[in-house]
Design a binder for this molecule. Structure first.
Ligand SMILES: [Zn+2]
Length: 537
């Protein structure tokens, strides 16, 4: 897969600046610092921390980031070239960039004649002075100045000589990297590479960078093509966060460059953290990770069709373009109505259940699975429920940890405008028939039932208190055969070591939730009380 080894590529992350332009992304100061640390751990060479001129939080970030012990990431402050008519030494924006006291300052400047004429409204020549002055002024006061050539590819298409003159001015003034920006995200790879070829021919000794936006869903393709045509710095964000349709996604660019083209971006150990860093950034942004995200998504190496599953069991390369472990991801086999015998055997092996293909239980389990799925159960997000189902069917030694005697849930709203009070009472039998009868209040009926169940079970099995409910989803499945709507409840629970999903289906949302809660507790008890030789991490 790997071709020849090329020169090192410098990754430049702008999640904390351009990524924050994303409409649903907001990071606190603390979030930004934690992300900077993870980016450093991932082997990112440059971490752009923000625009000190734009908000006080970014100024605060630059003060606080100095306290972090970053291994090798260089922190960059971002700003724009001086205002026309203002000397660089008196420009507030440049002063704030320097006040951030970073080893790197990146400044964006105009390279499209249309913008110079209609936005800045100054003669084309004067913009060259603006670029030159700004870079020279900063260069004398900081280690390194990166020039972001705004709208470069559009400028190149409209007036290539002028766009090139802007780059030349920046290079002569001492910019370490000229980063060519597809600011509107409207360029296609052939246009990007043709412009880069021409720039390299005209300025052969200058290091070039690439900064793409994803408005045509080509930001990754454009960035990869740009590197192949000689750019040595790639700017982008984690998970492609950014304004409009986002920035180029470093989480895809890095494995493509490194695993498919042999460029050295990060070490193999750092690459192995990619999925983790991606999820971490989603988590802090309070966004659901994208299942289908290439390389790192939950579905990126998930197999559902029975034929595919049979093949990947023989050789994963049949349906996987890379080894998922290289990017910190892993193979998943989904249990669904497409499931064949091979999926089941694969899962059994994963769960540490000794299941021979010829055992009659395999047929019974397949039949039961099909029937349950017809009733609305789905196990893709509820592998713990599936494991319990499998154990109950094939494991002769399966034992129940508790038995429900009965529960009652009351939701009471005593007058308009008052928040309802939910209370659940529960009676269950634990080991040796001991009976526990308790009640609990909750924030809603399901929460009350969950609390009552834990309280009762806690008497027999204290470890259930370690279980936390992370997510609760209800989906109305619609009415079939005139029997009324059925709901499916998916619960995600976790303890300090892992997370697990369980499912319940019923016409009654409380009953569906109950089933999922019981599976969740059963899973936890099974895990702690009956440790297995083979269990997935
Ligand atoms: Zn941008």
């Amino acid at each position: 897969m790997t071709t020849t080894t090329h020169t090192a590529i410098h990754l430049y992350d702008t999640t904390l600046r351009d990524g924050c332009q994303s409409e649903d992304v907001n990071f606190t100061l603390d979030d930004k610092l934690r992300i900077a640390e993870r980016l450093d751990g991932l082997g990112i060479r440059y971490v752009e921390g923000g625009w000190p001129g734009s908000n006080p939080r970014d100024e605060e970030f630059f003060r606080a980031v100095k306290q972090l012990r970053l291994r090798r990431a260089r922190v960059a402050a971002f700003g724009s070239t001086r205002r026309p008519g203002t000397p660089a030494a008196q420009d507030r924006n440049l002063a704030l960039c320097l006040a951030a006291d970073t080893p790197v300052v990146t400044i964006v400047g105009k390279t499209w004649d249309l913008h110079v004429r209609e936005d800045l409204r100054i003669p084309l020549e004067e913009n060259l002075d603006v670029i030159r002055d700004s870079i020279a002024y900063l260069g004398a006061r900081t280690d390194e100045v990166v020039f972001d050539a705004e709208h470069f590819f559009d400028g190149w298409a409209a007036a290539p000589d002028y766009a090139l003159a802007c780059l030349r001015a920046a290079a002569e003034a001492g910019a370490s990297v000229l980063c060519l920006c597809d600011t509107r995200g409207g360029s296609l790879p052939d246009r990007v590479t043709a412009a880069i070829d021409a720039v390299r021919a005209a300025l052969p000794d200058v290091a070039l960078g690439i900064h793409c936006h994803n408005d045509c869903e080509l930001a990754v393709a454009n960035s990869v093509a740009a590197v192949e045509h000689g750019c040595v710095q790639v700017q982008g964000t984690i998970n492609g966060f950014g304004e409009r349709c986002g920035n180029a996604n470093l989480v895809s660019i890095v494995p493509v460059l490194q695993l498919k083209r042999g460029y050295q971006c990060v070490t193999p150990e750092e690459l192995g953290q990619l999925a983790d860093v991606s999820r971490f950034v989603y988590e802090l942004a309070n966004l659901e990770p994208q299942k289908r995200q290439p390389f790192v998504g939950q579905s990126a190496f998930a197999h559902k069709g029975g034929l595919h599953v049979a093949a990947v069991q023989k050789n994963a390369a049949t349906y996987e373009h890379i080894d998922p472990a290289l990017v910190g991801n892993h193979q998943r086999v989904l249990i669904s109505d497409l499931a064949g015998r091979s999926n089941l055997l694969f899962k059994a092996q994963q769960f540490g259940i000794d299941l021979d293909a010829d055992r009659p239980e395999v047929q019974a389990l397949l039949r039961e699975l099909k029937e349950l799925e017809a009733r609305g159960y789905a196990y893709e997000g509820a592998e713990a429920s599936f494991e319990i189902l499998m154990r109950k069917t094939v494991d002769q030694t399966w034992e129940r940890f508790f038995r429900l005697i009965g529960f009652r849930v009351i939701d009471e709203k005593r007058h308009e405008g008052e928040t309802p009070i939910s209370e659940a009472t529960i009676m269950l039998a634990g080991p040796d028939g001991a009976v526990e009868h308790t009640a609990a209040q909750g924030n809603g009926p399901v929460n009350a039932l969950d609390s009552a169940l834990r309280k009762a079970l806690g008497k027999f099995y204290p470890e259930v208190q370690e279980v936390e409910l992370h997510d609760y989803k209800v989906r109305v499945l619609g009415s079939e055969g005139g029997t009324g709507a059925v709901v499916r409840v998916l619960i995600e629970s976790g303890d300090a070591h892992e997370r697990w999903g369980t499912v319940g289906v019923s016409h009654d949302v409380i009953e569906a939730s109950w089933q999922a809660l019981v599976d969740s507790m059963d899973y936890k008890l099974h895990k702690t009380r009956r440790p297995l030789a083979v269990r997935r991490a």
